[in-house]
Design a protein around this ligand. Structure first.
Ligand code: AMP
Ligand code: GLY
Length: 432
């Protein structure tokens, strides 16, 4: 057990996920002090934020030392993939998140595909290519749609669901030859398209032990009815009943357990969040992707559903002392609606001033994702996903009504959002 007020926490990251982590730290009895790097305009109103390039692992260690932090929570994948946790550990500083070896589950889709196949974990059939000529030859013999993926990190945007041969070829040429995702696209993966409903399974892992958070659903396409290009995520809710108890049992026995065993058998000591994106197909749940950190925006709905202090769970994972039987969740539903900037998921326009109500309705919240505080104190847009409006309710429809009522009180030029977050679950709720 960690004594109350003994943790000096440093949170790495600048998005909505990190704002939710900051709120969890501020509410935790274990935390004596919390700072953030680099943070954003909203977080600056709640904690001291330090400038930081999150891919600079030496700078992360230096800042943690300067602040005398004894617990570093890493939000995004980039520092994890760059080995921030390995370096913090070498400096004697405890951190939440996997080491560089574990982070490959997100940093390389080809590594992950091979890992899944090696351990007999259900996933889409896929083939790797570095030559566009060979890829196109392969495509000529495929049924469509197919999915074309850049191997490396691309902020959730390196995936194209191609409806026909021409679209697939364009994606191949864009990624491999025109380098539209830079070095992340030196290799591609072409996958069979899996038909089904998607869900996010978030585990807080301490090697062979883990806590499974309530299942959630993200909304990756920019447009209502799941249309338009993929984004980092336009909204989420939890729990998602599409992961029924029987689906959850299959996820545990066919995906979670073999994955954690596989990691250990390969000498990877995994401590941190493991996000499993699943497709619930007619043949059962299959892995779409792994992420090695909390989903954004899923994190913003999952942390508030934890009755047990999330900081204590993260700390126990990091020290390898997690006792999953002690972790409890609240009843009810949480939802988040992302308010995005003009142009997103392309290049977003920045600098639009945001007007927010001075008082929030009960059971609602505003999470800052891409904002900046200007010299005159005004909050302006500074990223693609700008704000997340959260709400809680006894039912999802109550949560959604509360969230959208607050959305209607927020404005910035170019603001766009999906009006159908949670629609699938709302239809299920209406039928029940
Ligand atoms: P990823 O970054 O791998 O999660 O891919 C982004 C999104 O593309 C996923 O959330 C799915 O909606 C979609 N996707 C990726 N791979 C597949 C697949 N094999 N079949 C169907 N949809 C997929
Ligand atoms: N919400 C999807 C992700 O964080 O990648």
């Amino acid at each position: 057990m960690v004594p109350n007020k003994s943790l000096r926490v440093l949170i790495i990251g600048s998005g909505g996920r990190e704002h939710a982590l900051l709120r969890a730290c501020k509410a935790s009895p274990l935390v004596a002090a919390v700072s953030v790097a680099p943070g954003n305009g909203g977080m600056e109103q709640e904690a001291v934020c330090y400038p930081l390039n999150v891919s600079d692992t030496a700078a992360i260690v230096a800042l943690a030392k300067k602040l005398d932090a004894n617990f570093v929570i890493i939000g995004p994948e980039v520092p994890l993939a760059a080995g921030a946790v390995d370096e913090l550990e070498a400096a004697g500083i405890l951190a939440y998140g996997p080491t560089k070896a574990g982070a490959r589950l997100e940093a390389s889709k080809s590594f992950t595909k091979d890992f899944l196949v090696r351990h007999g974990i259900p996933t889409a059939r896929g083939k790797r290519f570095t030559s566009s000529e060979e890829a196109v030859e392969y495509l000529a013999a495929q049924n469509f749609p197919v999915v074309v993926k850049a191997d490396g990190l691309a902020s959730g945007k390196g995936v194209v669901v191609a409806e026909d041969f021409d679209q697939a070829c364009t994606a191949v040429y864009d990624i491999l030859d025109s380098h539209c995702f830079g070095a992340s696209g030196n290799e591609i993966l072409i996958e069979e398209f899996m038909e089904g409903e998607e869900a996010s399974i978030m585990l807080m892992v301490s090697e062979d032990r883990y806590v499974m958070l309530p299942p959630s659903q993200d909304h990756k396409r920019v447009g209502e009815g799941d249309t338009g290009p993929n984004t980092g995520g336009m909204g989420a809710y939890a729990p998602a009943s599409v992961v029924s108890p029987s689906v959850a049992r299959r996820v545990v026995s066919e995906i979670v357990e073999p994955t954690l065993k596989g990691l250990l058998s390969e000498g990877i000591r995994y401590r941190g969040t493991l996000y499993i994106g699943i497709m619930i197909t007619a043949g059962g749940p299959k892995v779409v992707e792994f992420n090695v950190r909390f989903g954004d925006p899923e994190c913003q709905v999952l942390l508030p559903l934890m009755k047990t202090d999330p900081v204590s769970v993260m700390h126990d994972c990091a020290t390898g002392t997690l006792d999953p039987t002690t972790v409890e969740f609240r009843d009810g539903f949480d939802i988040i609606v992302i308010l995005a900037a003009e142009g997103y998921p392309g290049t977003p326009r920045k600098g639009d001033v945001i007007s927010l109500p001075t008082r929030l309705p009960p059971e609602t919240g505003v999470i800052h994702c891409g904002t900046v505080r200007e010299d005159n104190g005004a909050i302006a847009t500074a990223g693609g996903r700008v704000l997340g409006v959260t709400a809680r309710g006894a039912s999802l429809s109550e949560a959604a009504q509360r969230a959208y009522a607050l959305v209607s009180q927020i404005h910035f030029d170019g603001m766009h959002y999906r009006r159908d977050i949670g629609a699938r679950e709302l239809r299920r709720e209406a039928r029940a």
